[in-house]
Design a protein around this ligand. Structure first.
Ligand code: AGP
Length: 592
């Protein structure tokens, strides 16, 4: 959503803040800004656009301040302009705040403030925090922040500095992520771990309802009532290099090519543990999968596997729809929350509300120490490493590994079924060797304005995922449909200007899919096929064809999705778009 950083210590804070913000840019990049305390004054610089605009503005400025906060914004309230960029201050410019999240009751507070004569400058919700802290300040920043927090409703992580206490940052976590970084004679806060790694590997992910009082010589953590808490720090083992591009043009391309390794690493997480789970799906009446976007598509695939091997009914619901529904959820249900970030607000709050209704909460996350990880009864981890590209790729196939392992864990043949997965990294490698051919195909369709993706059975969620990849990075309108559904209306869309990507591995519905492909051709649609190498019948129907190695029906999603990831990537790159940071998007959506 947004990214916040903070530093207090003995080094020039600006360098730390800018490096941290660059590593958080994937969380949002509408504008960026910093606030520093120097000689009991606030120095504030903010710019619309990416971090590089802010760096340009600060270039050559000798700022010696050793305490500061920074922010990179994904706009929620207020248009994208310098006035609405963070940090925000009180009227006297003695307090500065950076914030990630939404203050749901800011209008009511803003009215109160204006009645008190406060002149509100921006159109943001965040500004209320700066004014409230200033009004509540009676000589101690922590007390002022705790009083302020008691007025706020919503999901937020924010950090405050003041000219009155130059070497101090007080930061709050409630609903949005915030991590403390521990150094020697210096301490840090950030929205996410990558921003801390150049400086420290010792981190403390904060939980909701916690406040950190940060000074160069220490970090004290309190609850919202002001009670001191003791928290264990954790040592981050993965390195920042694994979060760099490694010679690829974009993080997304690197992450597509990492899939043989990340599928293998996630698989190891099961095979090495002889793979016994701390719970059984068969203890529950139903599995309710809650997720968003790509994770939702993974859940749709998991449904087929779980119902086939565990015989437990599965319902897959968009998280944003479930939370406010009257769905009869109770103790007999297992809620399976799928979220690579573990911080998606829709998924978290939906899953937590089902847990409050008595359900058991199991999560599949990629980030250890994330909110969902800490709030779940059980967590299953994908081991895909940090995914920087906003478009999810390697975390999707890693989620499939976990879902498949979860499903077959209830089968007497689980060992042999899991052994089949061992070949998948090799098969993905084989598909990746076709990248140049897939690129040639993609460039033929980059000028089209629409596309339809079709699939049946396990390939239907893959069609949804392929369409999402295309629309989110190339801005081409693309929709995924069950192939059998086309004749009930959407086939009216088919003409000679409509590329149709048909995903048709040789599975139980292959013949049906071929009929659907014929229906598209009969209406002069442009047919692009994804299917088994050697499937000459399907290939002969297609203007272009992307082949995958033949595998068992169950395992086809692991392979059919890879050409679609590359197809979308090469189209977006050809169009000169910002593949890793598409417009309007953020990697982690921590607001509802
Ligand atoms: C997928 O490419 C998108 N980045 C988006 O749909 C994403 O899958 C969704 O926001 C869920 O994110 P999560 O897995 O971190 O919860």
């Amino acid at each position: 959503m947004c990214g916040i950083v903070g530093y207090t210590g003995s080094a020039p804070a600006l360098l730390v803040l800018l490096q941290g913000l660059e590593r958080l840019e994937y969380r949002g990049y509408d504008s960026a800004g910093v606030a520093l305390v120097e000689n009991h004054h606030l120095l504030i610089e903010k710019r619309v656009g990416k971090i590089r605009e802010l760096i340009r503005a600060l270039w050559g400025k000798e700022l010696k301040a050793t305490t500061g906060i920074g922010h990179t914004r994904w706009a929620t309230h207020g248009e994208v302009c310098e006035l609405n960029a963070h940090p925000h201050t009180d009227e006297r410019g003695e307090f500065a705040v950076v914030h990630n999240g939404i203050i749901e009751n800011y209008r009511e507070i803003k009215e109160e403030l204006e009645k008190l004569g406060v002149r509100y400058k921006s159109a943001t919700d965040t500004e209320v925090i700066a004014h409230l802290v200033a009004l509540n300040y009676e000589g101690d920043l922590l007390s002022a922040v705790l009083k302020t927090v008691s007025r706020l409703r919503g999901a937020y992580a924010f950090a405050v500095i003041t000219t009155k206490e130059p070497n101090r940052i007080v930061a709050v976590k409630y609903g949005s992520p915030l991590v403390v970084g521990l150094g020697k004679g210096e301490n840090f806060i950030a929205s996410d771990i990558p921003a801390l790694l150049p400086f420290t590997r010792d981190v403390i992910p904060l939980d909701d309802g916690e406040v950190v009082d940060l000074r160069p010589d220490g970090a004290l953590i309190y609850d919202f009532e002001g009670n001191l808490k003791t928290k264990e720090s954790m040592r981050v083992l993965w390195d920042i290099i694994s979060a760099e591009k490694g010679g690829f043009k974009h993080f997304m391309l690197k992450e597509i090519f990492e899939q043989p390794r990340t599928v293998g690493d996630t698989l190891k997480g099961f095979v090495s543990r002889d793979y016994s789970l701390p719970f059984s799906l068969k203890d529950f009446r139903r599995v309710l999968v809650v997720a968003c976007g790509t994770s939702y598509h993974a859940g749709l695939i998991g449904k087929y596997w779980i119902e086939k091997y565990a015989g437990v009914p599965v319902e897959v619901v968009y998280a944003s729809e479930l939370r406010y529904s009257d769905s009869p959820v109770g103790e007999e249900d297992l809620v399976l929350a799928i979220s690579q970030s573990g911080e998606t607000a829709d998924t978290r709050f939906s899953a937590l509300s089902m847990k409050e209704r008595g359900a058991t909460l199991v999560s599949i996350v990629n980030v250890m120490g994330s909110a969902l990880d800490r709030e779940s009864d059980y967590t299953l981890y994908t081991h895909a490493g940090p995914e920087i590209g906003v478009a999810a790729t390697k975390t999707f196939t890693a989620q499939l590994v976990v879902l498949y392992a979860l499903a077959v864990s209830h089968s007497k043949e689980k060992e042999s079924l899991m052994d089949r997965l061992l070949r998948i990294p090799h098969f993905i490698e084989e598909v990746l060797t076709q990248a140049e051919k897939i690129k040639e195909i993609a460039l033929k369709y980059a000028e089209y304005k629409n596309a339809i993706y079709l699939g049946r059975y396990l390939s239907y969620p893959v069609a949804l995922e392929g369409a999402l990849k295309l629309k989110e990075i190339s801005y081409i309108h693309a929709e995924g449909y069950p192939a059998g559904e086309m004749k009930h209306g959407p086939i009216a869309l088919i003409d000679e200007k409509m590329p149709v990507v048909a995903i048709g591995p040789k599975d139980r519905v292959h013949e049906k899919l071929l009929s659907n492909a014929e229906e598209v051709l009969a209406r002069k649609g442009i047919l692009i096929g994804v299917g088994f190498e050697g499937d000459e019948k399907f290939k002969s129907l297609c203007r272009d064809y992307m082949g995958i190695p033949p595998v068992e029906e169950d395992l086809t999603p692991f392979l059919t999705v890879v050409p679609l990831q590359l197809f979308a990537y090469y189209m977006a790159d050809y169009l000169g778009l910002d593949v890793d940071q598409p417009r309007n998007l953020a990697k982690t959506v921590t607001v509802e």
